[in-house]
Ligand binder design. Structure first.
Ligand SMILES: [Ca+2]
Length: 481
């Protein structure tokens, strides 16, 4: 049990780090599946099936599992905060692919969707049947890269984050920041985990990182790149926020500025397994949350006036959303400001959460009452107040989601409006978009022998993928069939 337990606890990355390197990975994966409640037979991680079905609530088994909620599904109450359960639909085979669907977030009624602004309607023009994806290697040789982003300063530079504590330029691998002296990266989910440049980086030289220190605790710090902004000063660290971590895994790590100018930060539930520390629903801790803080005011930060729980006793005012297990990458659609979150599951599901721009925040995404769209701690759980995911997939197709970006680049117009995301373990990349009726459509676009640790954007909106295992950085490319 101990071995299985250890494997289960490392759902994000631990098991799959061995995937390509040793046969041990296969054994661990088998143990993981057996121990975490998966009921399929273990397959070798190296076996690759043709990309076909995206099984989001499409198998008979899943339909049965969701049967207890079917009454709610048939008679949704659009104005109610009650959760909406993903629809079970027969996949429609299209050009060798099959699609699965889930209902839109319950916070917009069909009528509201019909009156979306033109920029939202444009998202529906993406049609996965018209597009083929491929990955093009743009750089090799990074050490465990797990993020890629840009500075928004007009320089066109792309920055690659290495787990051990170095940020390098994509172009020539020159170091931009090296803080390996203070980063603790021993655990598979520890290290330098996030990077966000200040929206006025060109003027102030500020950027923010999220890392685990040598005690294993989380640190969000500001650094400065002085002068010509070519290289950061490792001695310029100003700690913004620290958070004790009770276990090595589920540290979150994502940082991103919203269009409101506030810094958003993702934290996992602290780790272990099954939210053993009880953080997901505990609003008096930053663990299991997405935070929203104002780094332009206060010392070291201020709470935005309109944060959802500001002034509420016994609740951390930094919290923007809660009930998260381990939000491994979230992003804002650069056109709409909509928030997409990939949340890593426990033993059976991986899911995408969505929050429309302009919503106040305060959403409860359910963990550990729910795992994805399914009761987790107890059957027949009370889902009142829980915002369900807009899509999910089972561990038949992967084991650890990596949230991505809505493509808004120039190079591949047919891909515009598609949210790209993937799975770390199985190397699958999906698109997620809404059709003209507002229904979410998830489509598997490719599967490669890579360990997708992150997606990222450059200044022009082109999308990249980092492969933790090989050290390669890929650009997502599209062609029209
Ligand atoms: Ca942790």
């Amino acid at each position: 049990m101990l071995v299985v337990g250890m494997v289960c606890r490392s759902t994000q990355w631990g098991i799959s780090l061995e995937r390509k390197s040793t046969w041990l990975g296969s054994i661990l994966l088998a143990l993981f599946i057996a121990g975490c409640g998966g009921d399929r037979s273990a397959t070798s991680p190296t076996e690759r099936a043709e990309p076909t079905t995206v099984s989001v609530l499409t198998t008979a088994e899943e339909a049965t599992a969701g049967a207890s909620q079917s009454a709610e599904t048939e008679e949704p109450e659009p104005a109610s905060p009650a959760p909406t359960v993903a629809e079970v639909e027969t996949p429609v085979a299209t050009a060798g692919r099959q699609e699965a669907t889930a209902t839109p977030s319950q916070n917009s009624t069909p009528a509201a969707r019909a009156t979306r602004t033109p920029e939202r309607a444009s998202a529906a023009r993406f049609n996965p049947q018209d597009v083929s994806l491929r990955l093009e290697v743009v750089a090799e040789g990074f050490a465990e890269p797990l993020f890629v982003t840009h500075a928004g300063d007009g320089s066109g530079r792309v920055f690659v984050v290495e787990k051990g504590g170095v940020i390098r330029l994509l172009k020539d691998k020159q170091p931009f920041l090296d803080i390996t002296d203070r980063v603790g990266a021993q655990g598979s989910e520890q290290g330098l985990l996030g990077l966000a440049f200040h929206p006025r980086f060109r003027q102030n030289g500020y950027f923010y990182v999220n890392y685990t220190n040598q005690d294993g605790d989380s640190v969000i710090s500001r650094f400065t790149a002085p002068g010509d902004r070519q290289r950061a000063d490792a001695g310029s660290e100003r700690v913004v926020l620290t958070e004790d971590q009770p276990a090595a895994n589920h540290n979150g790590g994502m940082l991103a500025f919203g269009r409101d100018g506030y810094l958003y930060a993702g934290f996992g539930d602290g780790g272990g397994a099954n939210d053993q520390f009880g953080n997901g629903q505990n609003r008096n801790t930053l663990l299991g949350k997405i935070l929203r803080i104002d780094v332009n005011r206060g010392s070291p930060y201020a709470i935005p006036q309109d944060n959802p729980f500001r002034g509420e006793e016994g609740v951390r005012a930094e919290i923007y959303a809660y009930g998260l297990r381990n939000p491994w990458r979230f992003s804002f659609d650069r056109d709409t400001g909509d928030l997409y979150i990939g949340d890593v599951g426990q033993g059976q599901y991986e899911w995408v959460l969505y929050q429309r721009a302009g919503t106040k925040g305060g959403q409860n995404y359910g963990w550990p009452i729910t795992e994805g769209d399914h009761c987790f701690l107890e059957e027949g759980c009370n889902r009142e107040g829980i915002t369900p995911p807009v899509t999910e997939y089972t561990h038949d197709l992967g084991c650890s989601i990596t949230g991505g970006y809505v493509y808004r680049g120039e190079r591949y117009p047919a891909l515009r409006g598609a949210y790209l995301f993937g799975d770390y373990c199985d190397g699958r990349v999906w698109t997620l978009h809404r059709d003209r009726a507002g229904k979410w459509i998830q489509t598997e676009m490719l599967q490669e022998e890579i360990s997708i640790s992150s997606f990222g954007e450059d200044e022009a909106g082109e999308v990249y993928i980092t492969d933790l295992a090989s050290g390669n950085v890929y650009q997502v490319a599209a062609s029209t069939d």
